[in-house]
Design a protein around this ligand. Structure first.
Ligand code: ADP
Ligand code: MG
Length: 291
């Protein structure tokens, strides 16, 4: 999710070093602030204290995904170079077209709006075409990655770890029960898990890019991406989405035969994010779903 970090001013000599200024900021999230360098490149300036291992793991994952980038109808990030300046890590990346979909939703109306919501879910459903192959289900990045033989075991174990960081609030939630009814997928592939509107760029009713493949990406059941994308269209996570957008998403899920998995997916992803206590809106959403 994207609202955890309160930005600090960048040291001006970092700006000088990169040849950018604060007015070139394109956006920010939980991991980085992103600045336009020129028409073709952005500088992704990681927040202070970022673990370099995570930056390198993300770059390696993007290299792996690049092999299958032609299989999806949207652009994905590509790291051109990783640099460090003083104590800050910066990746220079290809600049991708479009504006964040949550921003577009503040303006667009009518048929274009409904088509944009459907395109957002279509894009989420295609993420699994960026195939990753692992002999397990679980996290692709991170020092505390969980790997399991079945997807239901992954769901249960990760929910248990997340919930245990906020047992005072979620003591009543049974992690195993959240995963009990999950039908095992035919195979495991890439799942983004954070494919919400702030991590997709669009233009009109088209999705031009999917961003932010990284620390929460897993190998598992690809159906989770469109299901969680629909669940993220709530007032806490996507304030620019409304009831009509949620109705469009519900109709899309029904057409895709995913309606029955919506509530289990919504409950599990709320448990997944229950560690994110410093993101007040996200944490409140987790509570509304699980209590
Ligand atoms: N390659 C890119 N091209 C254009 N804009 C980008 C690019 N990468 C990021 N952005 C902008 O920066 C914002 C934050 O980037 P994101 O990768 O989602 O960072 P975080 O991991 O911190 O959430 C995005 O919402 C988007 O507006
Ligand atoms: Mg983001």
């Amino acid at each position: 999710m994207d609202t955890i970090f309160v930005p600090m001013p960048e040291p001006s000599n970092l700006f000088d070093y990169l040849g950018i200024g604060p007015e070139q900021c394109l956006g920010q999230g939980g991991e980085a602030i992103v600045y336009a360098m020129d028409a073709g490149r952005v500088a992704r300036v990681y927040h202070p204290g970022t673990d370099p291992a995570n930056v390198h793991a993300r770059a390696a994952l993007l290299d792996e995904l690049a092999v299958n980038a032609h299989r999806v109808p949207f652009a994905i990030p590509a790291v051109l170079e990783t640099v460090t300046y003083a104590d800050r890590i910066v990746t220079i990346e290809r600049r991708l077209p479009g504006r964040p979909v949550n921003e577009l939703l503040a303006k667009v109306t009518g048929e274009t709006r409904a088509a944009l919501i459907r395109s957002h879910l279509d894009a989420a459903a295609r993420i699994g075409d960026l195939r990753v192959e692992r002999p397990w289900a679980g996290e692709l990045v991170g020092r505390h990655a969980i790997h399991t033989a079945t997807f239901a075991d992954y769901l249960a174990q990760r929910a248990e770890v997340s919930l245990s960081s906020a047992r005072d609030v979620f003591g009543h939630v049974d992690a195993r029960a959240l995963a009990d009814d999950w039908p095992e997928p035919a195979d495991f592939t890439l799942v983004h898990l954070d494919a919400f509107t702030g991590n997709m760029l669009g233009d009109g009713d088209t999705i031009t890019a999917v961003l932010d493949f990284g620390v929460v990406a897993i190998c598992g059941d690809r159906r989770l991406d469109p299901l969680t994308a629909a669940a993220y269209l709530n007032p806490w996570i996507t304030p620019t989405a409304g009831d009509e957008d949620r109705a469009v998403a519900a109709a899309w899920l029904a057409e895709q035969g995913l309606a029955d998995l919506y509530e289990p997916a919504r409950r599990w992803i709320a448990a997944f994010w229950s560690f994110a206590r410093d993101d007040a809106a996200l944490f409140e959403w987790c509570q509304t779903v699980l209590t």
